[in-house]
Design a protein around this ligand. Structure first.
Ligand SMILES: Nc1ncnc2c1ncn2[C@@H]1O[C@H](COP(=O)(O)OP(=O)(O)OP(=O)(O)O)[C@@H](O)[C@H]1O
Ligand SMILES: [Mg+2]
Length: 114
């Protein structure tokens, strides 16, 4: 099992969801108001004449736990839905996932995750 965590541009959430549903991935968690910065380390902006470093940009964090055979289809869907080709499109992390427990039934592992 793997935990897929993606940081995407907030305005790409709908198209990412559409691509995920097309790929039959329907379980996900979304954290709408994440903030972060990538390798550009933010940008500068003038407010009332004062130039300020704004280094945390709004991002949407998506978390999807999947069985190993669904990793590629899931990450492909996220990339397809989120890519504009511009800097800041986002990033995907894939983390080994040790266990999953469905609280209602007590099922674990592959049965609980899907
Ligand atoms: N190494 C990292 N660790 C944790 N979060 C990260 C990391 N890199 C990027 N992020 C998160 O992903 C978001 C999007 O990153 P971003 O797309 O700007 O990556 P990048 O490496 O700067 O690539 P690009 O040059 O395409 O902008 C960041 O705002 C941050 O929330
Ligand atoms: Mg960046």
């Amino acid at each position: 099992m793997k935990l897929i965590i993606a940081y995407i541009q907030p305005d790409k959430l709908n198209s990412v969801k559409e691509e995920l549903f097309k790929a039959d991935v329907s379980k996900l968690s979304v954290v709408a108001n994440a903030v972060g910065c990538g390798k550009q380390k933010g940008y500068t902006e003038a407010y009332r004449g004062i130039v300020t470093e704004i280094n945390l940009r709004p991002k949407t964090r998506i978390e999807i736990a999947v069985n190993d055979e669904f990793v590629k289809v899931t990450t492909d869907a996220i990339v397809k839905g989120a890519r504009s080709g511009k800097i800041g499109d986002g990033k995907i992390f894939i983390i080994p996932l040790e266990e999953c427990i469905r609280i209602r039934t007590g099922e674990t592992g592959q049965e609980a995750i899907g």
